[in-house]
Design a protein around this ligand. Structure first.
Ligand SMILES: Nc1ncnc2c1ncn2[C@@H]1O[C@H](COP(=O)(O)OP(=O)(O)OP(=O)(O)O)[C@@H](O)[C@H]1O
Ligand SMILES: [Mg+2]
Length: 408
């Protein structure tokens, strides 16, 4: 017999559900739950995926508010298979969805954020939400080793009398962050230490501490850093629960007054990795300014060194046709392949040109996968790289890349 599931599953008190999950329940009777926020549904759906067979979820028949909510959000479908992304209620909820292809990440993040935040006056919040979704989904596909991929969903919700907030959640049942980091960071002694370190800029399971990337890997170690900084700077909330630890970060009125704690008892963590992120709707008034601030905050934590500029933000000579980045945007696998194709050209000192037209949101991790290695090679061989049609946020991301890729 499984112990009873908590009747209220709220991000304000995530320990209730995580402790229940830690008791290794075999069954879930959804009709016992009164209220369940989206992160709880993502957690349960991630574990309930039928192929996995770890948690059996009884059909949601809709006797309580939470079970009606689960039903509307497609819990039964996501457990059984792979429903497409759909809106459950316009501008309120996006159904639970599975995802396991790199090429599906950018369209999914774009679609979810547009379904949820349709209003034009909230475009800056929408871009940030899309950014966070891309980074979280990519982390699952790159690092979790969960062959079923990710479960994702999103919700706009009213918190008491406060403004509404957007809550998004991404889950996997994979190896967890401690194990993913342990190989390159043998000094990490505990899951808690690993979670804290995973938020540092340029900290990745793909390369050793002290580096900012590796030529053979596409990671920058910046995904979780950007997400946690958005939470700190915009009154957001971030929960990362991953095998053996759960970290909760809450933005304060001043960026450096944020709250940071681990859930008690020590050792409590989702069996896989579960990330919930929430921000007040409309809090972000200037997406580009926010990205610039986060880039500066990352630079402040780097050892001071001379900054070199190598990228040419100008039209290339007419004989060179620029490569359109739009077609591979946010697909870091395709970006790494493109990088490998550029390298022999740069080695021969042939100029290269990239066209960033029609790209509004471009994660730092994507720019890194595309250009970290080519930029270093171009600098060493003195081969020009031209950049055209980059929106201001894309250009500042490229300049930030130069600041850490080209050692002084
Ligand atoms: N879902 C996950 N499962 C397992 N490990 C994870 C997961 N998400 C993050 N990690 C670990 O945390 C590290 C830091 O993640 P982060 O997104 O900040 O950097 P990255 O993915 O290495 O680089 P980038 O995001 O810039 O491409 C990862 O390198 C990985 O070791
Ligand atoms: Mg990442």
């Amino acid at each position: 017999m499984s112990p009873p599931v908590p009747d209220r599953i709220l991000l304000d008190d995530p320990g209730l559900l995580l402790r229940w999950i830690a008791s290794d329940p075999a069954e879930l009777d959804f009709d016992r739950i009164d209220v369940c926020e989206i992160w709880g549904l993502v957690a349960l759906a991630t574990l309930g995926r039928r192929e996995r067979g770890t948690l059996s979820i009884r059909e949601t028949i809709g006797e309580t508010g939470a079970s009606r909510f689960a039903h509307a959000l497609g819990l039964d479908e996501v457990v059984a298979g792979t429903p497409p992304i759909q809106v459950a209620e316009p501008e309120r909820t996006v159904k639970l969805t599975r995802l396991r292809d790199f090429s599906a990440i950018e369209p999914a993040a774009n679609q979810i954020s547009r379904l949820l935040i349709a209003r034009d006056d909230l475009a800056d919040t929408r871009k940030a939400v899309s950014y966070v979704l891309v980074e979280l989904l990519r982390n699952v596909l790159q690092h979790s080793q969960d062959d079923l991929g990710a479960v994702v969903a999103a919700q706009v919700r009213q918190r008491g009398s406060d403004r509404s907030g957007v809550q998004i959640a991404v889950g996997d049942a994979g190896i967890g962050i401690f194990k993913a980091l342990a190989g390159m960071h043998p000094d990490l002694q505990s899951p808690e230490a690993a979670l804290e370190r995973a938020l540092w800029p340029h900290l990745s399971g793909s390369f050793e501490r002290g580096l900012t990337g590796s030529p053979s890997q596409s990671n920058a170690g910046l995904g979780l850093f950007f997400i946690s900084e958005i939470a700190k700077l915009e009154l957001g909330k971030l929960m990362i629960s991953s095998r053996g630890a759960t970290l909760i970060l809450e933005g304060g009125e001043e960026p450096d007054q944020h709250g940071f704690r681990f859930l008690q008892p020590t050792g409590l963590g989702f069996p896989g990795t579960l990330v919930a992120f929430e921000i007040p709707l409309g809090e972000i008034a200037d997406y580009e300014g926010l990205m610039g601030t986060i880039q500066r905050r990352a630079q402040e934590r780097q050892p001071k060194r001379q900054v070199h500029h190598w990228l040419r933000f100008e039209a290339p000579p007419p004989t060179i046709s620029p490569l359109l980045v739009r077609f591979i945007c946010e697909n870091t696998q395709a970006a790494s392949e493109t990088a490998r194709e550029l390298e022999p050209r740069l080695f021969r000192r042939d100029p290269v040109a990239l066209d960033f037209r029609n790209i509004e949101i471009c994660t730092q991790s994507f720019l890194h996968a595309l250009l970290y290695a080519p930029l270093r090679l171009a600098w060493a061989r003195q081969a020009p790289i031209y950049i055209v049609n980059a929106a201001p946020a894309v250009r500042s991301g490229l300049e930030f890349l130069e600041s850490y890729a080209l050692g002084g």
